[in-house]
Design a protein around this ligand. Structure first.
Ligand code: ZN
Length: 259
């Protein structure tokens, strides 16, 4: 299906009547992604994944939210951000309107890890306030992590190079999606130590304390063709889970969102 914002109300009403009752709500962010990637990197990635899924599945795609919870990137210019409670409220408010015109399943597809607390808050509220709405809020690392690492392994790219932020992984994807926005001559490695330890330190003290240029990973290894393979692998992982969600009755889903 075309993106929701490009449809008319009669077209949406018709789609719902024909059984298209699932909406993907993509979440991005506006935050530093090193000296070489645009602030809207996560927004670009969220929109691309949602649109690829909508090409394969009977789902509607809501406009991508371009602002998330990004205070871990404080101290770098360009940051926009919401409190976790605010983002959770935005999700719940939109879901309430969706339910009113017939939506029965909501998939919140966040391309930004910092949204985690907001997503947990939203999930708790949605399960309490809109129990008729089946909900899936995938954890990107859980759903796609192995598939992404498998793509990298083929090219002998290490996990520390893929990185957690603006590293080889995101840079490869952006080279595929919007190469004109990638300043590859500015791409320099940032924190390239152990990424699990890096994540712990990032959560505790923010990116600035860890990496002068805001990068976690090594973007110099980025490659557009590998970016396409990353995107295809993630799309396939989400698609498989979504197919199961679409064929199940909403009431059949348990608290943790599994079938
Ligand atoms: Zn990002």
């Amino acid at each position: 299906m075309k993106p929701l914002a490009e449809l008319t109300w009669p077209l949406v009403a018709q789609a719902v009547a024909e059984g298209v009752t699932t909406v993907i709500l993509p979440l991005g962010a506006t935050e530093q992604h090193g000296p070489h990637l645009p602030l809207g990197t996560d927004t670009v990635r969220a929109r691309a994944l949602a649109e690829r899924l909508a090409e394969r599945l009977p789902v509607l795609v809501a406009p991508t939210f371009p602002v998330g919870c990004s205070d871990e990137h404080g101290g770098f210019a360009g940051l926009l951000g919401l409190e976790a409670e605010t983002l959770a409220a935005v999700i719940v408010d939109c879901a309430r309107r969706m339910v009113a015109w017939g939506v029965r399943r909501l998939v919140v597809l966040s391309a930004h890890g910092g949204n985690g607390r907001a997503l947990a808050l939203a999930e708790a509220r949605l399960r309490r306030e809109l129990p008729e709405l089946a909900l899936w809020i995938p954890d990107a690392a859980m759903v796609c992590g192995d598939a992404v690492r498998a793509v990298a392994a083929v090219d002998a790219v290490s996990f520390n190079a893929i990185g957690l932020h603006a590293g080889e992984g995101e840079t490869s994807e952006l080279l595929r999606l919007c190469p004109e926005q990638v300043r590859l001559n500015q791409a320099t490695p940032g924190y390239t130590g152990d990424m699990e330890e890096g994540l712990t330190r990032l959560i505790a003290a923010g990116t600035r304390a860890l990496s002068d240029n805001g990068v976690m990973g090594d973007p110099r290894l980025a490659d557009a063709d590998r970016g396409e393979r990353y995107l295809a692998a993630q799309t396939a992982c989400y698609e498989a889970s979504l197919r199961a969600l679409l064929t199940a009755q909403p009431v059949a889903f348990s608290e943790d969102g599994s079938a």
